[in-house]
Ligand binder design. Sequence first.
Ligand code: C2E
Ligand code: CA
Ligand code: CA
Ligand code: CA
Length: 274
Amino acid sequence: HRTGRRVYEAEHDRNTPRRLALIGELDQAINRRDLLVVFQPKLDPVTGLVTGAEALARWHHNEQGFIPPDQFIPLAEHSGLIRPLTLHVLEVALRRCASWRRSGRDLSVAVNLSPNSLMDTNLPDIVARLLGQTGVPASALTLEITESSIMADPTGSLRTLERLNTLGVKLAIDDFGTGYSSLGRLRELPIHEVKIDKSFVQRISVDHRDRAVVRSAVQLGHALDLEVVAEGVEDGETMAHLTKEGCNIVQGYYVSRPLPADEFLAWLTEREAQ
Ligand code: C2E
Ligand code: CA
Ligand code: CA
Ligand code: CA
């Protein structure tokens, strides 16, 4: 029922005092650089080489402790804070990536873009500036975008994606399989990578249907000349299946949890010593 639904949404999005306070605190956290960025390794399962890491935002709130991104990202999106948040994560991620590369490691970094970011026509210029400032080559930056955020504004998104593509930045479709984009649409986008959603990946060693879905996704990705990444890999059996199916890159707790930058470097160094 229409009216009922509208009332519900108004209630849902209402700026309660708690919500307003949180928005203010998130704003401060971004400005004071209290928003942390952790890094989860991406691994080529055939060579065993680490190819890079995905940057994930973390907010440690003074009183409430750790607030998960699934809660503060939507808050940031609805309050206009997503732009500074994205820029902060981008900047931290690129600085770290620059330092890994200075130490002789050929690593890339991936940063998540929220739906609204694709509507920000300044984004490509900002990305270009940050690449210039940090000295990271454009090809070492991947921007992860969900299918649904592209579908929210296909024409506007395509323009932003094309400008990013022109810079040489790599573009990935995140949570692949959970949206409804047509195959034709996928073929038109200037993307380089698909990330198969963890909801399909996690049960492939116990559910033959999930395995069939993952197999089709890998084949589709390869048919379109895309790199295929699987997220949410939690055990060795799943990783073995994915390797057999031809998945190019794996990511998940089995390889490593997302780590603070210094722990990521220690983790890398230890692997390299083996
Ligand atoms: P995502 O981009 O799909 O990121 C993958 C999520 O899966 C991360 O959750 C990661 O910690 C988690 N994960 C990784 N490996 C495993 C595994 O083996 N098993 C399971 N069960 N989970 C695994 P996280 O860090 O809580 O982030 C949740 C979502 O919040 C992300 O989903 C992304 O959509 C969003 N997010 C996080 N950081 C940012 C950011 O800087 N900007 C934007 N726009 N969104 C972000
Ligand atoms: Ca992601
Ligand atoms: Ca994902
Ligand atoms: Ca996700």
